[in-house]
Ligand binder design. Structure first.
Ligand code: A3D
Length: 321
């Protein structure tokens, strides 16, 4: 069977890890595009030269020309600047909006039938802008944030409980910013509520809540924690891994339920905005949105996060995008 093709727009930190992971998993052939001359060619050459050792066989092409992405089944976009210490994701708005506009025009012209997965920040605004400029169907334009935020939340819970992270199910909804909503009540260890385990561990509901609150706060600030340590950029291994799970779900038509930044058309009471919610991902992109019953407090936190997204999108529009 002919291999599928993934175009990676942006060959920086995340783009490079994506290319390597796609190769290692033989998920698809790769076209790595960047505006920096020779760099994507160098990265793909380097990864290809590891293929004999790692035992994978896919085609890897680096390019500075959009025409080379023709025929791509999936396009993953990381083009844009990452955060530096002290910056919020929203600080990247103008620079990355200009970049995203040019990317959307290139993808529209050369890969009009692709499904598009966006990672560039500020995420919710960049997904909105790509869809607007490209005119692609809403279900074919999806943002990656929730898989990573959920994985971060799960990791902190696993460390706290001293159990394998593989057995933690926890999800984060809302926009990809400080207002994101880790769903505490639904977080579980193979079906057993995490809060119940924390209460058993500490023998005290108040202490359990305090520990959970700290994990929720760390999850919301987890991107910034990495930025502060790296000093020169933002997280790249984990965002790449998160996007790969979404790419596998889409190309393999797996119908996986993954927290994704998808277009809401009345679901969760939101009309016409891209927001992070659990979605079924398959060959058509976002095939279905799963609604979760939220209690009063969770709903208020979700509404607050949606507010942050609508404000960000309004700012972007005011700036002419
Ligand atoms: P970086 O290593 O700087 O790579 C970005 C690449 O984009 C560079 O190689 C640039 O040359 C390239 N680029 C710039 N302009 C263009 C253009 N017009 N067309 C094509 N390529 C261009 O950054 P990174 O890989 O670390 O991060 C990429 C983006 O992902 C940033 O916006 C980050 O903020 C964002 N990010 C998102 C998450 C989420 O979970 C949503 C997590 C981490 C980073």
């Amino acid at each position: 069977m002919a291999k599928k093709q993934i175009a990676l727009i942006g060959g920086g930190q995340i783009g490079g890890v994506l290319a390597q992971l796609i190769g290692l998993r033989e998920l698809a052939n790769v076209v790595l595009f960047d505006v920096v001359e020779d760099m994507p060619q160098g990265k793909t050459l380097d990864i290809a030269e590891a293929s004999r050792v790692d035992g994978f066989d896919v085609s890897l092409k680096g390019t500075n020309e959009y025409k080379d992405i023709a025929g791509s089944d999936l396009v993953i976009i990381t083009a844009g600047l990452p955060r530096k210490p002290g910056m919020s994701r929203d600080d990247l708005l103008v620079t990355n909006a200009k970049i995203m506009k040019s990317v959307a025009e290139g993808v529209k012209q050369f890969a009009p039938n692709s499904i598009v997965l966006i990672i560039s920040n500020p995420l919710d605004a960049m997904v909105t802008l790509f869809q607007k400029v490209s005119g692609f169907a809403h279900n074919k334009v999806i943002g990656q944030a929730g898989v990573l935020d959920s994985s971060r939340f799960s990791t902190f819970i696993a460390w706290e409980l001293g159990v394998s992270v593989k057995d933690i199910n926890a999800m984060v909804l809302g926009g990809h910013g400080d207002t994101m909503v880790p769903l505490v009540r639904y977080a579980n260890v193979n079906g057993v509520p995490v809060m119940e385990q924390l209460e058993r561990k500490y023998g005290d509901a108040a202490k359990a809540k305090e520990v959970m609150d700290a994990m929720v706060q760390r999850t919301k600030m987890a991107g910034g924690e990495v930025v502060k340590l790296l000093k020169t950029g933002s997280a790249f291994y984990s965002p790449a891994a998160a996007a790969i799970s979404m790419a596998e779900a889409i190309l393999g038509d797996q119908k996986r339920v993954l927290a994704s930044c998808v277009y809401l058309n009345g679901e969760y009471g939101v009309e016409g905005y891209y927001v992070g919610v659990p979605a079924v991902l398959g060959e058509k992109g976002c095939e279905k949105i799963l609604e979760v019953t939220l209690d009063k407090e969770e709903q208020a936190a979700f509404d607050n996060s949606v507010n942050a997204v609508t404000t960000l999108v309004a700012d972007m529009e005011r700036l002419g995008f």
